[in-house]
Design a binder for this molecule. Structure first.
Ligand code: PNS
Length: 160
């Protein structure tokens, strides 16, 4: 079975993430979307919320499963017997760090990284920007799934 993992923080999942997930799901028998717990980072959504929102957003894809990991992504790959990590590249600015991670992951465990170019419609899109714009009252309805949009508005109202 050809299996790949698409890891990320997904705080929250955006239409850019879903574009990559949907396209990668066509290339593999199973695509595991892995939510990194990484408690050290400052998150708007809890790990449970991020996972729940991703499950809802990817429910239309039969061969996509949502899972979580804590620690090294290559350890998760080893446990799940996955040889390939899929990452989206929005712009050249993503490339430096992604290249370092890809080379490190290959050096650590022989895990390959496949880069997919983001749909230009979403090349400016990031979870961080979505959170910032929503926090200041900007309209992010066309950038995230509806369920995420509702949850963002609730969170922004609760914290303002
Ligand atoms: O959505 P993000 O925040 O860009 O995702 C980054 C993530 C979680 C994919 C990356 O930080 C990661 O793989 N973290 C797991 C820890 C790890 O393996 N670090 C070494 C990478 S070379």
């Amino acid at each position: 079975m050809r299996r790949a993992v698409c890891p990320g923080s997904f705080d929250p999942v955006t239409l850019g993430h879903l574009d990559i997930i949907g396209r990668a799901s066509l290339l593999y028998d199973e695509l595991v979307v892995a939510v990194g717990m990484n408690p050290s980072k400052n998150r708007l959504f809890s790990f449970q919320e991020r996972t729940e929102l991703l499950r809802e957003a990817t429910a239309v894809y039969d061969n996509v499963v949502v899972d979580s990991f804590d620690g090294l992504i290559v350890e998760f790959c080893r446990q799940r017997e996955v040889q390939v990590i899929v990452k989206g590249l929005r712009a050249i600015s993503d490339f430096d760090y992604e290249l370092q991670m890809a080379q490190m992951n290959h050096g650590l465990a022989g895990v390959e990284t496949m880069f997919m170019t983001t749909n230009p419609l979403y090349s400016f899109l990031s979870s961080s920007l979505v959170k910032e714009v929503a926090t200041y009252g900007g309209d992010v309805s066309g950038l995230v799934p509806d369920a995420v949009h509702r949850r963002l508005l609730e969170r922004v109202r609760a914290t303002s």
